[in-house]
Design a protein around this ligand. Structure first.
Ligand SMILES: [Mn+2]
Length: 323
């Protein structure tokens, strides 16, 4: 349960606003989309006089288009008429990719509620509901709704359960606590359409995705530091017809190689090399590894992005963009 004074502060931000902009991080995952739609539909119902908008700089991936209300998610806000913001699943302003184009959204004069579970969250909101113990931001949206005695309907429960499922890898990751199971039970009782989520998210894969994953798996190499590493180049994306979002999930297969300290997938796209890091071990901190490349995340799942391109030598190298 979140602190009641925090819930009260969030409520006063919501109730004083005429137009609330709900914003999640770029390249939205299930938790970003689920928490965005969940809070959006709750606010729209609880405050019928208030205009509630949902924004993300990137389109919602196809896999989540079954979610109720998904078609109302807009790109970047075009007119800055919002007088309050809710940020979802975003550890820092730059993850929304609006920090440079819309700095007003993060200025001290803009009341905002920052809902997140990343331990690296910079507490950039005027009200910060940051719960690192939560496996997903969707759980925190549910806790906030409960603290404010807001009813959860079947549509909202379906959105929130999607985030719980995706951020725990279908209740398989180490962040799947007893509390997560309690939340799942609760959302099912509220009418969450569990099989709809399972079919769309875990049992459906595009041909281009399977072909991209084929390349990832084929190129796994083992380093002397005990890393299972693979890489996909711009050419792999082109040849398979897959886009960057289709790489999501492939890392769990790379991470399945027995006896490794960590796993890493490097992906090259439009002048940026992204790294996705995982470990199954308690004595390895991949967030710390990612921080050496200006990235971050959780101890067992982290990532980074560097400008540059990939070059295969004896091992994969990131060639800086400036060279
Ligand atoms: Mn999340």
């Amino acid at each position: 349960m979140i602190r009641s004074d925090l819930a009260g502060q969030a409520q006063s931000v919501f109730s004083q606003a005429k137009r609330i902009l709900c914003i999640c991080h770029r390249n939205p995952d299930g938790d970003a989309v689920g928490s965005l739609l969940g809070i959006g539909m709750l606010l729209a119902r609880v405050y019928p006089q208030t205009t509630v908008q949902m924004h993300c700089v990137d389109p919602v991936p196809d896999v989540f288009t079954f979610l109720p209300g998904v078609r109302t998610v807009q790109g970047p806000p075009s007119v800055l008429e919002g007088d309050a913001c809710v940020f979802l699943d975003s550890a820092e302003p730059k993850l929304t990719e609006l920090h440079e184009s819309h700095p007003q959204l993060f200025a001290p004069g803009m009341p905002s509620v920052n809902i997140d579970h990343h331990p690296t969250n910079t507490q950039f909101g005027t009200v910060n509901i940051v719960v690192p113990a939560a496996a997903s931001s969707c759980e925190i949206v549910l806790q906030l709704a409960d603290a404010l005695t807001w009813h959860i309907d079947a549509d909202c429960a379906t959105c929130l359960l999607t985030g719980v499922y995706t951020d725990t890898g279908g209740l398989l990751h180490s962040n799947t606590t007893a509390e997560v199971y309690r939340t799942v039970a609760r959302l099912l009782r509220d009418g969450a359409r569990q099989q709809e989520i399972v079919t769309a998210v875990f049992r459906t894969a595009k041909l281009s995705t399977l072909k991209l994953w084929g390349r990832v798996l084929e190129k796994i190499t083992i380093t002397e530091e005990g890393g299972a590493i693979s890489a996909v180049t711009q050419g792999d994306f082109r040849a398979t017809g897959a886009d960057a979002s289709e790489l999501t999930g492939a890392i769990d297969y790379v991470n399945a190689v027995p006896g490794m300290r960590f796993s890493l997938i490097l992906s090259e796209r439009d002048g940026t090399v992204k790294g996705s890091l995982r470990t199954l071990r308690d004595d390895v901190d991949v967030a710390q590894m990612a921080s050496r490349f200006q990235g971050g995340g959780h101890k067992k799942a982290a990532g980074f992005a560097l400008p540059g391109s990939l070059k295969q030598d004896l091992r994969w190298k990131v060639v800086p963009a400036t060279q």
